[in-house]
Design a protein around this ligand. Structure first.
Ligand code: RUG
Length: 800
C-alpha cells in the first residue's frame, strides 16, 4: 500500500471512506491521522510478527528495559521516516490537497514521562530496533501523562493531560495476556515435603492488561515491542456497591497518573503500587514467555537480561526472587544467583532527595511477601558486610538496605544487580568516589559508565530535514547509519558555501520558531537576533534563576544606555515545574514577570526579548532545538548527571554555553575550548565548598553592584510585582546561602555571555564553530550508547 504514491492514495481514500462512511470532502484532519496510523500499523504487522518469531526461534538473549517513564512524543512522522515511506505519504497527501503537517498535528504527544530519564528510554527503544537488537520496553499506560501546562498571569497552572481521549492508533490491547497482581493481605507459611512454602492470602487483586506498541527500526525489518500495562479491576469479590466502587477507583488509579503527588501516605502508597504493578506484570509476562520457549528456569539469566531504569523498577529484584522461589520452587541460593545475573541498573542522579526510600510501615502491609524477601536480602548482605568489616557498625548501618525504618531502593539495586552504571563519565566517577564509594569498594566490578545519547533520527533527521539534506550533500549519507562519521564535516568547517547554507537553514528554522512564538505568546521576536535557549525541567540545580538574573542585569545595562554594544538577543525558556515544587513555580513567575516588562519597553530598541514557551514537550522541542544559536547548560557542576538536551542542541549546530557538568564535559573534550563557552566552578570546586563550607552569598550581594541591583529588584517591586512575590527566591539566595552557587558563578556567567556576544559578530567563525559541533555530535547518538549497553552489560546480539 505504500509502494508508490498512486497506490498509497488509492488505499488511503478507500480506507478513509470505509472507516468513516463520509465523502472525502467531509473528512477531517483527525480522520486522516487515524486512517494513516491504522494503515501503518497494519503495514508493519507482518514484520512485527516476524520479529517476535525470530526472538522465539533463535535462542538468543533478550533484554527487557523496565522504566516508569517513556517519553515518546508523537510517533506518526518518525514511523514513516523509519519505514522509508515518508516522502510517498507526504507527496501522496499533497496530491489529495492534504497538508501532512496538519495531519501530524492531530497526534497527541505520548507524554508518559517527565524529562531526560523518560526521553532517554524512548531514544533507547528507537536505537535497539534500528540496530536489530532484541530489546523491548515495559512501562505503564498512564491514562494521563505529564500534566498540560498553562501559563495564566505568569503562573503555571496544571491541567490533566488527555492523550488517550481519541483512542490510541499505535497500541494493540492483548487481554488474553493479562496477569494478576496481588496487594495487601497476609502471608501464610506452611511446610510441604520438608520445604517451607508461602501463600498470599486475603490479597486485593489487580489485573494488568498489556497494550503493545510497535517499535519500528530505521530501514530494517525489526519491529520490537513496547508493552504498556493498564490497571483494571479483576473478577472481584466485594461486599457491597460502595466497596466495588472504591475497589474500581483505586485499581484504575494505579495507571491513572504519572507521578501522583506523594506528599502524603496515600500518595506514597499509590506510587509504590505503580512500581510493583509495573515490575510484577512485566516479570510474570517475561517468565511466561521464557517458559514457553525453554524448559530450564535455572538458565534464565543466559537468555534474559532485565534492565531497571533508575530506582523506580528496582522491586524487580525481590519480585524475581519471589517468582523463582514461590512459583518455580527454587531455593534461595539458586534464585539469588539467577536474579543477580539477570538484573542491571542505571543510576541517573546523585541528588539525595531523588534517591527513593520507602517507610516500612507503608511497604510491609502493601507488599508483605516482597518485604519478607527484602528483609532476607538485607540480613544476608549485612552478614557479608560484617565478615568484611567486622565491628564496623557505622559502615554496615550506612550500607544496609533497611535502616531506621526505611527501605533504600538504590542500595537494593546495588546489591541485587550485576551491573550499575552512571550516565556520563563525571557522574559515574562521582558515584564511585563519593555517593556510592562504599559500594564501589565492595563491588568494584559492577560499576561502569554509559554516557547517554539521543536518537539522531528524531532529533536531526526528523526535526531538521534541511540540515539533514545539507549534510548528506556534503559528506554523503553514510552518517545516517554511522553517526560518528559526521566527523567528516570537520574537513569542511571553513567551506564558505557550507557556512552560507548552514546560516540560511538556521535562519529559516528561527523564522519557523518565531512564528510559533507569535502565535502562542503574541510576542514578536527578531529571527536575526541570537536565539539563546534554556529548555528543560525546572529545578533549582538547573539554575534557570542564574539565566533570568543575568537577563535582568542586561536589562539594567540597556536601560542606562540603550546604545551599548550588544547583539540583539532573544532569550527563550521552556520548562515545567513539578506541581508541588513551590520554589520552581516562583521562578516561572519571575521569568514571565521580567518578560512582560522587558518586552514592552520601547527604549531598549528590541535588543532584548524574553519568551517563556508554554507547555514544553517533545513535539515543541522538535521546533526549538533546530532554531537555537546558544544552548544554555548551566547546572551547578556535579548536579546534572548527564543532560541530553545539550546533545540535541549540539547536533543541530547550537553552541553550548555551560558549566563543566554532566555530558558537557565530554562535549568540551570533543570540540575543544574554541568551540564551546565554558564558565563557572567545576565539580571538584563545588563539592569542596559543600564539604568544607566557606561560601557566603551575602559577600557577593554586598560587594558586587550588579548582583546587588538585580537581587534587590526581586524585593523592591521594580518589575511591578506584588510585595513579597519573589521573597522565596530572595531568601534562597541570601537567607539560605544560595545552595546552588548562583551568585558565586554570576560574574563568570556574565563574562562568558559577553564572549558569546563578541563571537556572534564574527559570522563566519560562529558558523565554523557550529559545523565543528555538528561534526562531533555523532558520538552522542544513542546508537553508540546502546551498542555499549548491548556489548558490555546485556551481552545481546542482533537478531540477524
Ligand atoms: O537529571 C538527569 C539527567 O541529567 C539525565 O540526562 C537524564 C537521563 O539519564 O536523567 C535525568 N533524571 C534523573 N531524571 N530523573 C532523575 C532522577 O530520578
Amino acid at each position: 500500500m505504500f509502494s508508490n504514491k498512486e497506490s498509497f492514495k488509492r488505499y488511503f481514500l478507500q480506507r478513509l471512506e470505509m472507516t468513516y462512511g463520509k465523502t472525502f470532502e467531509d473528512t477531517t484532519s483527525s480522520d486522516h491521522f487515524q486512517t494513516l496510523g491504522h494503515m501503518i500499523r497494519e503495514y508493519v504487522s507482518s514484520n512485527w510478527i516476524q520479529t517476535n518469531e525470530q526472538s522465539r526461534n533463535n535462542n538468543g538473549k533478550q533484554v527487557y528495559y523496565l522504566s516508569i517513564e517513556f517519553l515518546l512524543g508523537r510517533l506518526l512522522h518518525n514511523n514513516l521516516i523509519n519505514l522509508g515511506i515518508d516522502q510517498v505519504v507526504i507527496e501522496g497527501l499533497k496530491d489529495l490537497g492534504i497538508d501532512f503537517f496538519e495531519v501530524e498535528d492531530m497526534e497527541h504527544d505520548a507524554g508518559l514521562g517527565n524529562g531526560g530519564l523518560g526521553r532517554l528510554a524512548a531514544c533507547f527503544l528507537d536505537s535497539l530496533a534500528t540496530l536489530d537488537l532484541p530489546g523491548h520496553g515495559c512501562g505503564i499506560r498512564y491514562k494521563h501523562g505529564l500534566f498540560e501546562q498553562r501559563i495564566v498571569d505568569g503562573y503555571q497552572l496544571e491541567l490533566p493531560e488527555q492523550w488517550l481521549k481519541q483512542g490510541q492508533v499505535w497500541e494493540v490491547r492483548k487481554e488474553d495476556l493479562a496477569v494478576d497482581i496481588y496487594f495487601w493481605g497476609n502471608i501464610d507459611m506452611y511446610e510441604k515435603n520438608g520445604k517451607l512454602q508461602f501463600r498470599h492470602l486475603n490479597a486485593e487483586t489487580v489485573t494488568a492488561v498489556p497494550h503493545d506498541v510497535p517499535v519500528i527500526g530505521y530501514h530494517t525489518t525489526t519491529v520490537n515491542t513496547l508493552r504498556l500495562w493498564n490497571a483494571e479491576p479483576s473478577s472481584l469479590i466485594a461486599k457491597d456497591v460502595k466497596d466495588i466502587m472504591r475497589y474500581k477507583r483505586e485499581t484504575e488509579s494505579i495507571s491513572g497518573f504519572l507521578y501522583p503527588d506523594d506528599s502524603n501516605d496515600e500518595g506514597k502508597i499509590l506510587r509504590l503500587k505503580q512500581q510493583y504493578f509495573l515490575v510484577s506484570a512485566s516479570l510474570q509476562s517475561i517468565i511466561r514467555n521464557y517458559k514457553q520457549q525453554y524448559k530450564n528456569i535455572s538458565e534464565m539469566h543466559h537468555y534474559i537480561s532485565i534492565h531497571v531504569n533508575d530506582t523506580h523498577p528496582v522491586l524487580a529484584i525481590p519480585e524475581l526472587m519471589r517468582i523463582l522461589m514461590d512459583e518455580e520452587g527454587l531455593g534461595w541460593d539458586e534464585a539469588w544467583e539467577i536474579t543477580t545475573n539477570t538484573i542491571s541498573y542505571t543510576n541517573h542522579t546523585t541528588l539525595s532527595e531523588a534517591l527513593e526510600q520507602w517507610p516500612i510501615y507503608i511497604f510491609q502491609p502493601l507488599l508483605p511477601r516482597i518485604y519478607m524477601i527484602i528483609d532476607e536480602i538485607n540480613e544476608r548482605f549485612c552478614m557479608k558486610l560484617w565478615k568484611k568489616y567486622p565491628g564496623d557498625f557505622l559502615k554496615i548501618e550506612k550500607m544496609a538496605i533497611i535502616a531506621h525504618g526505611m527501605i533504600k531502593m538504590a542500595h537494593l539495586a546495588l546489591v541485587g544487580s550485576y551491573s550499575v552504571n552512571g550516565v556520563a563519565e563525571i557522574h559515574t566517577e562521582i558515584l564511585k568516589k563519593r555517593e556510592m564509594a562504599d559500594f564501589y569498594a565492595f563491588y568494584p566490578e559492577k560499576f561502569n559508565n554509559k554516557t547517554n545519547g539521543i536518537t539522531h533520527r528524531r532529533w536531526l533527521i526528523k526535526a531538521n530535514p534541511k540540515l539533514t539534506n545539507l549534510i548528506s550533500n556534503i559528506i554523503g549519507d553514510k552518517w545516517v547509519n554511522q553517526p560518528e562519521s559526521l566527523r567528516e564535516l570537520l574537513n569542511y568547517q571553513e567551506d564558505a558555501s557550507l557556512q552560507e547554507n548552514l546560516a540560511a537553514i538556521k535562519q529559516s528554522n528561527k523564522e519557523r520558531l518565531a512564528k510559533i512564538i507569535k502565535e502562542k505568546n503574541g510576542i514578536l521576536v527578531d529571527p536575526s537576533s541570537i536565539f539563546d535557549v534554556q529548555v528543560k525541567r525546572l529545578h533549582a540545580y538547573k539554575r534557570q534563576l542564574l539565566n533570568i538574573l543575568h537577563i535582568m542585569s542586561l536589562y539594567n545595562k540597556l536601560r542606562e544606555d540603550p546604545s551599548i554594544d550588544m547583539e540583539p538577543r532573544t532569550f527563550i525558556f521552556g520548562a515545567k515545574a513539578s506541581p508541588g515544587y513551590y520554589y520552581a513555580k516562583k521562578i516561572i513567575k519571575l521569568i514571565n514577570t521580567v518578560a512582560h516588562k522587558v518586552n514592552n519597553d520601547k527604549r531598549i530598541q528590541n535588543k532584548l526579548k524574553v519568551v517563556f514557551i508554554e507547555n514544553y514537550r517533545v513535539s515543541l522541542a522538535e521546533h526549538i532545538f533546530p532554531a537555537a544559536d546558544v544552548s544554555e547548560q548551566i547546572s551547578t557542576a556535579s548536579k546534572e548527571a548527564s543532560g541530553t538536551g545539550n546533545m540535541k542542541f549540539m547536533m543541530n549546530g547550537a553552541l553550548t554555553l555551560g558549566t563543566m557538568d554532566g555530558a558537557n564535559i565530554e562535549m568540551h573534550e570533543l570540540v575543544g575550548d574554541d568551540n564551546i563557552f565554558i564558565f563557572g566552578m567545576n565539580a571538584d570546586q563545588v563539592l569542596e565548598l559543600y564539604q568544607n563550607g566557606g561560601y557566603s552569598s551575602r559577600e557577593y550581594f554586598y560587594h558586587d553592584d550588579r548582583i546587588h541591583e538585580v537581587v534587590n529588584q526581586l524585593k523592591n517591586g521594580f518589575y511591578d510585582h506584588p510585595v513579597g512575590e519573589f521573597d522565596p527566591i530572595f531568601d534562597s539566595l541570601l537567607i539560605e546561602n544560595d545552595q546552588f552557587f548562583v551568585l558565586k558563578d554570576f560574574n563568570s556567567y556574565a563574562s562568558i555571555h559577553e564572549k558569546v556576544n563578541q563571537a556572534f559578530k564574527n559570522k563566519q567563525d560562529w558558523l565554523r564553530k557550529s559545523i565543528v559541533n555538528i561534526a562531533m555530535s555523532g558520538h552522542f547518538s544513542s546508537d553508540r550508547t546502546i551498542k555499549e549497553y548491548a556489548e558490555d552489560i546485556w551481552r545481546i546480539k542482533p537478531y540477524i
